[in-house]
Design a protein around this ligand. Structure first.
Ligand SMILES: NC(=O)c1ccc[n+]([C@@H]2O[C@H](COP(=O)([O-])OP(=O)(O)OC[C@H]3O[C@@H](n4cnc5c(N)ncnc54)[C@H](O)[C@@H]3O)[C@@H](O)[C@H]2O)c1
Length: 339
């Protein structure tokens, strides 16, 4: 049976909020889902909304227009971080299922309010932690869970962007821990299957003084001890000259599993002086192309078939908690107990 048939022959109308980098990806992916139609694009930048709407035969609407249309069954929230909670609460009030980009909110209190609202409304709410859908990362996780390296003991995560986003984006992002490391905290919780007990974080602004002027840092080193005594190290940078560097390795009692970078091609060139291959994929839109498609398919599968989503608003509150505490006032050395 096709998904459209499983949806009882009914089409799910969707409103996308935010026609920026990630909104364009999710709009294209959801438009590919059988039985799903992009009805509205909403963006405070009307030109961006119009361009995306035209691409998919959708209409431009404002927030109230899209939320007030009872035929809209689901919202896909891809707008700036500081708008997420309001849009989740509005979606829940209108009994619309929600897919929302990370982070849920910049405060734990508002994130929890969102979790309560969607639970009360009985709607599906999935948060965009796409790394759990990445074919390489999920294959590693499956092998870890199958016991291939025994008991996991230590995780080392390297997460470096090729370059920083515009300073204007950074200003509204909530800072590097909530904007960027939230993905690495998600990897940590997912791979080690454990929660942080102690966390030490330090950071610095090394690539662009404008980031410091905006009140943020661009490089971090984080060490976590879990409740079961497992260890995790995360290093992140907003700049890596060679591309988007996304790797991690898990040391277990019987071996190690590594998830390496993905490259545009697998060609390796051998010469008299060097052996070389492509640098890693340019950035997240390329690196996680498959993951973004799989997570949107997972969301509509959950909406249609009443299945649980893998990245819920409730479990994400844990990441928000770690990220909030990691943002110390002096932004130099932060050490605390997260119990
Ligand atoms: N999961 C991921 O890999 C990933 C990647 C990138 C961004 N994100 C998240 O997605 C969100 C958007 O990021 P982006 O990189 O696409 O940013 P962006 O700046 O490219 O796009 C954001 C868009 O939201 C619009 N907007 C702002 N306020 C709005 C409102 N009230 N209603 C409707 N639209 C509004 C802006 O005009 C802009 O077009 C952020 O929260 C970010 O953390 C997640």
């Amino acid at each position: 049976m096709t998904d459209a048939a499983k949806r009882g022959g009914r089409t799910i109308d969707v409103a996308v909020f935010g026609a920026g980098r990630i909104g364009r990806i999710h709009a294209a992916n959801l438009a590919q889902q059988p039985g799903v139609r992009l009805k509205y694009v909403v963006d405070v930048n009307r030109e961006a909304a119009a361009a995306l709407a035209e691409q998919h035969g959708a209409q431009v609407a404002d927030i109230d227009g899209a939320m007030g249309d009872a035929s809209v069954g689901a919202t896909v929230i891809c707008s700036s971080t500081d708008t997420h909670a309001d849009l989740i609460l509005k979606s829940a009030a209108q009994k619309k299922h929600v897919f929302c980009e990370k982070p849920v909110d910049l405060t734990l209190e508002r994130a929890r309010a969102c979790a309560e609202a969607v639970e009360k409304a009985g709607v599906v709410c999935m948060i965009g932690f796409q790394r759990r859908f990445d074919p390489t990362f999920s294959a590693l996780k499956a092998r870890l869970d199958a016991g291939e390296i025994g008991t996991p003991e230590m995780l080392v995560v390297t997460s470096r962007d090729p370059g920083a986003p515009p300073v204007e984006y950074i200003r509204h992002s909530g800072g590097i821990f909530k904007d960027m490391l939230i993905h690495d905290f998600d990897i940590f919780r997912w791979i080690l299957g454990d929660e942080a007990e102690t966390l030490h974080a330090t950071g610095s602004c090394l690539s662009d003084p404008a980031i410091a002027e905006a009140g943020d840092i661009d490089s971090t080193a984080v060490t976590i001890r879990t409740k079961r005594g497992r260890l995790c190290q995360i290093n992140t940078a907003r700049r890596a000259a060679y591309g988007y560097d996304q790797r991690f390795e898990v040391l277990g009692s019987a071996g190690m599993l590594q998830a390496g970078n993905v490259r545009p091609t697998g060609v390796v060139a051998y010469s008299k002086t060097a052996v070389s291959s492509d640098v890693p994929e340019a950035f997240f839109l390329e690196r996680y192309r498959a993951a973004y498609a799989l997570e949107i398919a997972h969301f509509f599968d959950a909406v249609t078939n009443g299945k649980p989503v893998r990245t819920t608003v409730a479990c994400r509150s844990g990441d928000a908690f770690v990220a909030r505490r990691a943002r110390g006032a002096d932004r130099r050395v932060i050490s605390f107990d997260v119990r």
